[in-house]
Ligand binder design. Structure first.
Ligand SMILES: [Zn+2]
Length: 268
């Protein structure tokens, strides 16, 4: 009898501890599932290490401890909704193809043009005054052009622009494209929309407008639902140099803007 009681006690102890282990394993699996970092978040973390330090339960964690929601759970947005009410995950939805385009962009394929504005405001500033605090003047292509332009120091964008400018400066055959820079910093909305242009953040350069094509000039409209015929005159070598330094090209959009280059390392 005594032996039976001890066995029963040991058996209950064993069952209890086994259950605890199973429960603990399940809890750990649950935690891994909710905290598994989506590949698009990893890209953001790698691209902006000065700002994003982690991820937890659908939120990216900023260095200052604040959180920003990643996926808003709305997965069947129209193209207009993607542009006008995107989430941070929508910003990563369309994949940017590095190098030479094999075909012109398909209808409404605008990789990089879907932007979750609070994400950029958080890094670069949410007002003209805030952005201006981080701007420096640099000399664009000192040998071939020598134009003074304003760019942000955040994320080392000024250094990257100096590097790519030095590289372009070794190509005298490209002078007509890189002379008379169309614009860098300009706190403004995108023409025909209520959305803030990335020119507002000092991360973006328009090269010579005279050598460029823009969808609104071609369709003579601002309607983003319009059917547009693709045009480009910018040589591939310029695009390759910008992409090498973390800048995407607006010539890879259905709504093409071939003068436009913006710092978006998360897409490259
Ligand atoms: Zn532009």
């Amino acid at each position: 009898m005594h032996y039976f009681r001890i066995s029963l006690f040991l058996c209950m102890l064993w069952a209890g501890s086994s259950l605890q282990i199973v429960c603990a394993q399940n809890a750990a699996k649950q935690a891994i599932r909710s905290d598994a970092i989506p590949s698009d978040v990893k890209k953001l973390m790698q691209a902006y290490p000065d700002f994003i330090t982690g991820y937890h339960s659908n939120f990216i964690i900023w260095k200052d401890g604040s959180k920003m929601i990643f996926d808003d759970g709305k997965h069947h947005k129209s193209y207009s909704e993607l542009l006008n009410t995107p989430s941070l995950s929508d910003q990563m939805l369309q994949k940017y193809e590095k190098g030479k385009l094999s075909v012109s962009p398909g209808k409404n394929l605008d990789p990089g043009r879907i932007r979750y504005e609070p994400f950029f405001c958080k890094m670069y500033g949410s007002s003209q005054n805030e952005v201006r605090k981080h701007l420096v003047e640099i000399t664009w292509c000192p040998k071939l052009v020598g134009q003074k332009i304003l760019v942000t120091t955040i994320n080392g964008v000024d250094k990257k622009i100096k590097e790519l400018s030095a590289e372009l400066d070794t190509h005298p055959e490209l002078k007509e494209y890189i002379t008379n820079i169309g614009g860098t910093f300009n706190w403004r909305k995108i023409s025909g929309t209520g959305r803030q242009s990335t020119h507002s953040f000092g991360t973006t350069i328009d090269i010579n407008t005279k050598c460029s094509n823009y969808w609104q000039w071609e369709c003579k409209c601002t309607n983003e639902e319009a059917n547009i015929v693709y045009k480009n005159r910018i040589p591939q070598v310029i695009i390759d140099i910008f992409e090498k330094h973390g800048f995407i090209w607006g010539g890879k959009w259905y709504h093409f803007d071939t003068m436009h280059f913006e710092y978006r390392p998360e897409l490259l």
